[in-house]
Design a protein around this ligand. Structure first.
Ligand SMILES: Cc1cc2nc3c(=O)[nH]c(=O)nc-3n(C[C@H](O)[C@H](O)[C@H](O)COP(=O)(O)OP(=O)(O)OC[C@H]3O[C@@H](n4cnc5c(N)ncnc54)[C@H](O)[C@@H]3O)c2cc1C
Ligand SMILES: *[C@@H]1O[C@H](CO)[C@@H](O)[C@H](O)[C@H]1NC(C)=O
Ligand SMILES: *[C@@H]1O[C@H](CO)[C@@H](O)[C@H](O)[C@H]1NC(C)=O
Ligand SMILES: *[C@@H]1O[C@H](CO)[C@@H](O)[C@H](O)[C@H]1NC(C)=O
Ligand SMILES: *[C@@H]1O[C@H](CO)[C@@H](O)[C@H](O)[C@H]1NC(C)=O
Ligand SMILES: *[C@@H]1O[C@H](CO)[C@@H](O)[C@H](O)[C@H]1NC(C)=O
Length: 591
């Protein structure tokens, strides 16, 4: 079965994220603990103060009204219903480009407490059976739609002076909910969209040039411009993910990682607004510790990146193919086993397999083989197809196609139905090491089956067979502040637990428990020498510091404490966040 067949008709998958539920601050902090000022506290800035901030940012401060409010009678006591506008919101809800333009709402609606959602089927709101109330949910009251680094400085200074929680938001893609939060001032970077190519050579021997981008730039903005110049940049597969935010600060991987490494390995320089309001440059000469930490060492926690510079490469030819295994029961899982356990054969050639999977349906669309010839590709893939045939597994393989550059393959072959936004999904994930696939690959596939069988029809998988350490080794973690497993990865994988609609708070908590304690546990037990990609995992991952960063964590934590000693920035399960938690009353407080 295809992902799209399991989901409500209007919802493809998954350009979206997930919010740490407020209640998960399980340990209730003592009454004496310090909290960030929230809208219900007397320390919350007065209307005059907000207006003066608005002047400092040239009128770019907005009071947040959820876009879906037009589908409900009122929001905060003000009438909002507008059926014509509501039809537009319902039509655009799954359009991740539209969603990225919104000031605050997360693409995984779970992280707004599913507030003010439109009814995608009926074209109005609310979704059938859900309450007809548009509440604040977990959304912030104010957002700065920054158009310059000065607007960002003003926001950081205001939040620091008034002890406010800050949430940094670019596209809202974060499936772990870090780009939304109740009671915070949102600093929205999405309107910083400059793109400048430079073909000057770098001193480190890199043969390509660079591209400097504003913090709001998405892959779909930079890819076509690079391809038109016969250049490649290393980005992710989803066109609406941002390049300078969570992607690079959490590591980042993409179809060219098998030849060019981790996303963060590509960064050459960052401009960053620090907690003290200073705008600084971080590169291998200036603030080099911060530069290193921003390369994979934690998202939304060291400062607000205003622009970033990345390597570009001369294009290489690519070969691609699509493989679909559609079979039942044991035969299906035997097909998955045959394909999956040979991951190292593909990754050692620099290949990348982007897949989605549900019980009975595996779609690898596409396999990407950068810089391989068709003959080299066939030498790896023909034995796989022969083994599937011998096992009498039902599958279809597309013709092998070759393209002069990656962009041509991307436009021609990519499975695009997974780029939508606006679903409520609980996510987990694992970065499965080569070692685990080599030593216990059959057990990992059995674990996927067990997870799928546990909640039939509610568990889906997506992932990438790729090894960012295939060509770019970094044994001492000098290039990027990423978990060492990144350099020995076979599969960067997410799983999705699909809850029924309109869950109440207790039901949401139960869904989270299933992800962390049941499904996640099955996968953890099957992969003892693996890690978790900090952007594509469970926000409630136990021991997230070691799961996400392993042995580099103490070093990145030290840099966090040096640049942000007062915790002006905080993002759940990101570096240095352990001293604070969101309480059941939604306030962010010290623990
Ligand atoms: C459909 C889909 C496909 C994906 N595909 C890939 C993929 O192929 N490869 C891959 O590596 N990842 C992929 N991801 C994961 C993606 O990299 C993360 O979700 C990433 O965090 C998104 O970053 P963003 O800035 O676009 O999103 P946002 O949700 O706006 O921000 C994400 C995080 O970054 C922080 N942040 C954003 N901008 C800044 C800034 N300027 N300064 C400081 N902090 C900032 C936010 O506070 C938040 O913590 C995918 C996600 C989705 C939903
Ligand atoms: C900020 O100023 C702009 C322009 O004057 C105005 O449109 C906007 O409503 C103001 N924001 C707030 C929160 O008052
Ligand atoms: C998706 O949203 C973008 C930005 O609002 C818009 O330009 C585009 O036309 C939309 N796509 C569709 C299919 O509506
Ligand atoms: C979150 O949603 C639940 C279910 O609709 C509701 O009971 C709860 O009050 C909401 N919380 C907030 C803060 O909006
Ligand atoms: C592409 O392959 C050629 C021939 O094997 C090799 O010389 C070149 O270095 C490769 N380029 C990259 C970027 O891997
Ligand atoms: C192969 O599988 C099909 C169904 O998928 C089944 O009908 C057939 O008997 C199988 N053949 C062998 C030789 O196992």
């Amino acid at each position: 079965m295809k992902w799209t067949a399991v989901l409500p008709a209007a919802l493809a998958l998954p350009c979206h994220g997930y919010q740490p539920l407020a209640r998960d601050g399980s340990a209730s902090p003592p009454a004496s603990s310090q909290c960030k000022c929230s809208p219900v506290d007397s320390c919350w800035p007065s209307t005059q103060k907000w207006s003066s901030l608005n002047q400092t940012v040239s009128g770019r401060l907005i009071k947040v009204v959820p876009p879906g409010a037009v589908c409900y009678p009122s929001f905060n006591g003000i009438p909002t219903a507008d059926p014509a506008k509501c039809a537009v919101v319902a039509a655009q809800w799954t359009n991740s480009t539209w969603m990225a333009d919104q000031p605050t709402i997360p693409m995984t609606t779970h992280f707004s407490n599913n507030t003010c959602e439109p009814n995608l089927v009926g074209g109005g709101g609310p979704p059938a059976g859900c309450p007809d109330q548009c509440l604040q949910g977990f959304l912030s009251p104010y957002a700065i739609l920054a158009e310059s680094a000065n607007h960002i400085k003003a926001g950081v200074n205001f939040a620091r002076q008034h002890n406010l929680r800050i949430v940094i938001r670019n596209t809202g893609h974060d499936f772990m909910g870090r780009s939304s939060g109740w009671g915070a001032l949102v600093i929205n970077t999405h309107r910083l969209n400059s793109i400048e190519f430079d073909n000057k050579k770098l001193s480190d021997g890199h043969t390509g040039g660079t591209v400097k981008i504003g913090a709001g730039v998405m892959f779909q903005d930079v890819y076509p411009k690079a391809w038109a110049k016969n250049l490649d940049v290393l980005g992710g597969e989803c066109p609406t993910v941002g390049m300078a935010g969570g992607f690079v600060q959490g590591g980042g991987q993409g179809p060219l990682s098998g030849i060019y490494g981790v996303g963060s390995d590509q960064a050459v320089s960052f401009d960053v607004v620090l907690a003290n309001g200073d705008l600084v440059t971080a590169n291998d000469k200036k603030n080099s510790d911060l530069f290193w930490a921003l390369k994979g060492g934690g998202m939304g926690t060291f400062g607000v990146v205003t622009s970033a510079t990345f390597k570009t490469y001369p294009k290489v030819p690519v070969v691609g193919m699509t493989l679909i295994i559609a079979d039942q029961g044991d035969k299906f899982w035997e097909g998955v086993r045959i394909w999956y356990t040979q991951a190292s054969k593909y990754t050692e050639k620099g290949m990348y397999h982007w897949y989605s999977m549900a019980d009975g349906f595996l779609q690898v669309q596409p396999m990407v083989a950068p810089n391989l010839t068709v003959a080299e590709f066939n030498a790896v893939i023909n034995p796989l197809l022969a083994q599937l045939t011998a096992a009498n597994v039902s599958f279809t393989a597309s013709p092998v196609q070759s393209f002069p550059k990656f962009g041509d393959l991307y436009n021609a072959m990519w499975e695009k139905t997974h780029w939508a936004s606006g679903a409520s999904i609980h996510w987990g994930g694992r970065m499965v090491s080569q070692r685990d696939v080599r030593e216990r690959g059959d057990g990992i596939v059995a674990a996927y089956r067990a997870m799928s069988d546990k909640y039939p029809g509610q568990v889906l998988f997506g992932g990438h067979l790729v090894n960012p350490g295939n060509k770019v080794k970094d044994p001492q973690q000098k290039i990027s502040a990423v978990h060492p497993v990144w350099r020995d990865t076979a599969d960067i994988e997410v799983f999705l637990y699909l809850p029924p609609p309109c869950q109440n708070t207790e039901q949401k908590a139960e869904s989270e428990r299933r992800v962390t304690r049941e499904l996640g546990e099955i996968l953890r037990n099957a992969t003892p020498y693996s890690a978790v990609y900090p952007n594509e995992g469970d926000i409630n991952e136990p021991n997230w510091q070691s799961a996400f960063w392993g042995s580099v964590y103490p070093k990145v934590l030290k840099i966090k404490n040096k640049y942000d000693p007062e915790d002006v920035f905080w993002a759940k399960a990101s570096t240095g966040s352990e001293g604070w938690a969101v309480r059941s009353d939604l306030k962010l407080c010290k623990v």
